[in-house]
Design a protein around this ligand. Structure first.
Ligand SMILES: [Fe+2]
Ligand SMILES: [Fe+2]
Length: 213
């Protein structure tokens, strides 16, 4: 990658932060009083975003960071992904009329926020400190791999979008599919992160509980 493109390309850490913000925005679209079709669509959409995000981190980010970082946060990252996958699998198998569906969705949001807070306060700053020369190349790898993964699951995105059709969800999912363009505005702006949920969604000022649409 030449120097000019390197300047424009997003870093892997900012790509990860953007994913976190988009997933939180989708979580905040959820409304326990809405129709089952809508709630199912939101749940499926956020599960899909999280599955792709976790795969990208595991394939591209974690292996490189592990070479230079061996602390508790690094060791917990993969087990926490595994726990999230267990919860995602349970949610995907549930019928939306199950009385524990909302609770399970809320538990997923809680676990994701915990995991993301750790990444944004420890792993991402560590990567920026320890791997400054690799962040852009890793970002390019992640962007390419994302295109492959989202293309292979385009039908799932479309189905969940159709059920959860709202402007916010459409925008969040469109960003997931096309992420990259808006990344340039995020370079060096760590305040726009999952750990600051009030900035992620105009419809909610809190990261706790269910927001209203
Ligand atoms: Fe992660
Ligand atoms: Fe992450």
């Amino acid at each position: 990658m030449n120097a000019f493109l390197r300047q424009l390309a997003p870093s892997v850490t900012n790509l990860i932060r953007l994913d976190h913000t988009q997933a939180l925005a989708t979580f905040h679209q959820y409304d326990p009083t809405a129709s089952g079709r809508f709630r199912r669509g939101i749940a499926d959409n956020v599960c899909l975003q999280l599955e792709i995000h976790a795969q990208l981190e595991e394939e591209i980010f974690y292996p490189v960071l592990r070479l230079v970082l061996d602390d508790d946060a690094m060791k917990k990252a993969q087990p926490e992904h595994d726990e999230l996958r267990t919860l995602i699998a349970r949610l995907k198998q549930m019928v939306v009329t199950d009385p524990t569906f909302d609770h399970t969705f809320n538990e997923l949001m809680r676990q994701v926020m915990h995991h993301v807070a750790e990444e944004e306060t420890t792993l991402l700053p560590a990567a920026e400190r320890l791997l400054p020369q690799q962040l852009t190349d890793l970002g390019a790898q992640m962007a390419r791999r994302r295109l492959q993964l989202t293309a292979s699951r385009g039908g799932e995105f479309a189905g969940s979008l159709a059920r959860s059709l709202s402007l916010g969800t459409v925008l969040a999912s469109a960003n997931t599919l096309l992420s990259g363009a808006s990344l340039l505005t995020r370079r060096g702006d760590p305040t726009r992160s999952w750990t600051r949920p009030g900035r992620a969604s105009s419809s909610s000022s809190s990261g706790a509980g269910f927001p209203t649409r």
